[in-house]
Design a protein around this ligand. Structure first.
Ligand SMILES: Cc1cc2nc3c(=O)[nH]c(=O)nc-3n(C[C@H](O)[C@H](O)[C@H](O)COP(=O)(O)OP(=O)(O)OC[C@H]3O[C@@H](n4cnc5c(N)ncnc54)[C@H](O)[C@@H]3O)c2cc1C
Length: 416
């Protein structure tokens, strides 16, 4: 005999109404911003909820513009994170939140996601991940094809300036990218952290330094004296000052301090990533082994000869032509100091290959840390650079966009 389970008593009518309302309230999603984060929310949401009506509103005439120009047209879409032991090393802002969200969607998931969607990826020696085609259009086509297949509506030339414009939608996802001015985010009615640029190179007025243009010091630490702000890595001398991974990282960590000082601040360089005792020992050994050789002909720590000539001339003047045994104690101290604590004055900033991100945006305090839904407005979500999250170069900014976008899609799906 067939057993039919019957409820002991019928649920109250009000309960049924709430259920019906919840279903009805999760049918239409508006995504504001047709960039990386906006498309990643849209495609994932449609894959999780094929019946969801999803519309992307994009203010300009073309979507995915930054993806197109990213990574020099190759799109550095994530990183292997093999050299990252703590997310704070690559995300000056937002690392705590991302640590939590990476449990659900991290760089390995990104890798899988793109490969499952037909985009083959390759990891370079420096751990940056690119499409194997070395062409950002592969990523763009992946999103556009998925959007077409899943009937995601894309409305270009549609700038959203008020939440009330989207009152017909059950969910609004804001993925408008980095805002250069705080008032650009007023319409979201959220707490906002002031925006300043991050990821730039330093202008340094020092003609002797600039004449070394193109020289790379492989292992340096750069720091702002009197603060804990420091970054390590290769440093590139340019015709306007300094660039390279160490400088870009410092620009990111010191973004707010530099902005408040109008990009005019002292900065010190340890050219060899070694402490004073290690440098003294290295110089001492050279003096013993190469006492009769000219200072310029034996370079400590394998520094490039152009840089060594600059540094030795800077602290020894004409005596840089002398032999190592001619160095007195004071001169050894000066050399130690210039190698470990060389001082410069930053006098402005310049863009790095047009790449920049903004530090600041919608405050992380105003969103739920698990769903990225506004704490003050039900059904309003944020993903991508619009949030007060930003990373250093190397694919970390796109990874933050994919992770936060996936989180939002999942949160909307979980409401069903
Ligand atoms: C030149 C350059 C190169 C880069 N290269 C890399 C890289 O290789 N790897 C990496 O990880 N990161 C890179 N970045 C950073 C990365 O591009 C961004 O972090 C990422 O694009 C952020 O994605 P998003 O979707 O949040 O914002 P965006 O890509 O900026 O998209 C936001 C979209 O919203 C639209 N919009 C804004 N306001 C409104 C509105 N009110 N209504 C409707 N639409 C609106 C904008 O027009 C835009 O299309 C690069 C950045 C630049 C500038």
């Amino acid at each position: 005999m067939e057993m039919v389970a019957t409820p002991k008593s019928s649920p109250p009518f009000s309960y049924l109404l709430t259920q019906v309302d919840t279903v009805k309230m999760n049918k239409r999603t508006a995504i504001v911003g047709g960039g990386a984060a906006g498309f990643f929310v849209a495609v994932n949401l449609k894959e999780m909820m094929p019946d969801m009506e999803v519309t992307i509103f994009e203010s300009s005439s073309r979507v995915l513009k930054k993806v197109e120009i990213s990574g020099g047209g190759r799109c550095n879409c994530t990183n292997s994170f093999a050299q990252v032991t703590d997310l704070s090393q690559v995300y000056p802002r937002g690392h705590r939140l991302l640590k939590r969200l990476f449990k659900t969607f991290n760089h390995r998931d990104t890798y899988k996601w793109f490969e499952q969607h037909g985009v083959k990826l390759v990891t370079q020696e420096d751990e940056c991940v690119f499409p194997a085609s070395q062409d950002s259009h592969t990523i763009i086509n992946c999103f556009l094809n998925a959007a077409q297949k899943q009937r995601i509506e894309i409305r270009t030339n549609q700038r959203i300036g008020k939440l009330s414009e989207l009152s017909d939608y059950d969910n609004i996802v804001v993925t408008t990218g980095g805002a250069t001015q705080i008032n650009q985010l007023q319409w979201t009615e959220q707490e906002v952290v002031e925006s300043v640029p991050s990821l730039f190179t330093f202008n340094i007025e020092d003609s002797a330094l600039q004449s070394l243009m193109g020289t790379v010091a492989e292992e340096t630490t750069v720091f702002i004296p009197g603060t804990k702000l420091r970054a390590s890595g290769p440093l590139l001398i340019t015709h306007w000052g300094m660039s390279g991974p160490a400088i870009l990282r410092l620009s990111s960590y010191a973004a707010r301090l530099l902005a408040s000082n109008h990009y005019s601040m002292p900065m010190n360089v340890n050219w060899v990533c070694a402490n004073e005792a290690e440098v003294r020992q290295e110089l001492g050994e050279i003096i013993i082994r190469h006492s009769q050789k000219q200072i310029g002909s034996v370079r400590p720590f394998s520094i490039s000869s152009r840089l060594w000539n600059y540094l030795s001339a800077k602290c020894l003047g004409d005596r840089a032509d002398y032999t190592w045994r001619d160095l007195n104690q004071k001169e050894q101290n000066r050399l130690t100091n210039v190698l470990t604590n060389d001082s410069f004055q930053i006098s402005g900033r310049s863009p790095f290959k047009e790449e920049f991100v903004t530090c600041g945006g919608v405050s992380l305090k105003s969103v739920d840390a698990s769903t990225l839904e506004s704490k003050t407005r039900h059904g309003l979500y944020f993903a991508g650079e619009v949030l007060d999250i930003d990373g250093v170069t190397g694919g970390f900014n796109f990874q933050a966009a994919w992770t936060t976008a996936y989180t939002v899609a999942r949160a909307i799906y979980n409401k069903r």
